[in-house]
Design a binder for this molecule. Sequence first.
Ligand code: SAM
Length: 192
Amino acid sequence: GYRSRAAYKLKQLDDLENVISGSDTVVDLGAAPGGWLEVAAERVGPQGQVVGVDLQRIKDLEVGGGTDRVETIRGDMTEQRTRDRVTDAAGGAVDVVISDMAPNMSGEYSLDQARSLHLARQAFETALDLLDSGGNFVAKVFEGPDVDAFRADLEDEFQYVRATAPDASRESSSELYLVAKGRLTTALRPGD
Ligand code: SAM
């Protein structure tokens, strides 16, 4: 088994959307306790690399194949210094950025939803910094009126964007994963 039920959401999502390929470099944001890391490590295989980040400490993973392909960082992704550490750990172009980051729940939906979207936008900024052309991005958001604008921003940067709610997450009906595939060129655009 995996160390979190969330692992099954990523499996389902990746089976459906083919986000992760063998030998990819994957950055996993909000990775604790590490279920997505386990799934990502399986899917990138022995030639791949996975970097996981969380506010919480992530216990070391035992990955089959005998290679050290998972690295974890404890830090806050809303801080530049954490983003810099992630960039260093990835050591070059990244193929996939996945984010399951979620705020501590206050119980007030509009507040939790706004915080969730803020984290998803942070993940998007990180994806734009790190992703190679053709790279893929996944982010969890709680449903709300401003998600459409976020989705439109993703559509400007990726070939294909869709929203999906994996069966494995249906118990919390407000949870949505935005899947963006095929980062458009990383070359400078007007205005950059
Ligand atoms: N995908 C994980 C798994 O499979 O084990 C579960 C992730 S859990 C739903 C959400 C995580 O986001 C929490 O562990 C939380 O600490 C993390 N998180 C929230 N805000 C964060 C931030 N600003 N920086 C880094 N991690 C954050």
